[in-house]
Ligand binder design. Sequence first.
Ligand code: FES
Ligand code: FES
Length: 142
Amino acid sequence: AVGVRAYHQNVIDHYERPRNVGTMNKNDPDVGTGLVGAPACGDVMRLQIRVDPATGKIADVKFKTYGCGSAIASSSLATTKVLNMDVEGVAGKVRNQDLARELCLPPVKLHCSMLAEDAVKRAVDDWKAKRAQRDARAASAS
Ligand code: FES
Ligand code: FES
């Protein structure tokens, strides 16, 4: 792994003080969970969103990354972007190129920011799948 001194200051800040680290109950119907792994290095990231059913906005977001500093910084930055976003509007708004640029990641670390983009996507997909299931149950019950 690259020495921390080689990282850009923005990375160091998100690395030393990562935002929104933690876990939510994945069985909560309003929580979507994205779990992704990077084949290149074996690092794993879990990112969760909780959507306020009244507003459709992402009211809470948490992540846990078992990986390198760039992956931690990328997920930390990604969480700050999605918080308070409309869940329907997230697609395409958290892009790994943007994360990498803001954090000044070197090319060999691009897959670390890709992990964060994928984790956000999966979390939203999981939330949507849960909602579809719930809607189907409600429809069959009526
Ligand atoms: Fe070092 Fe991913 S390769 S933590
Ligand atoms: Fe693999 Fe960073 S080195 S996620």
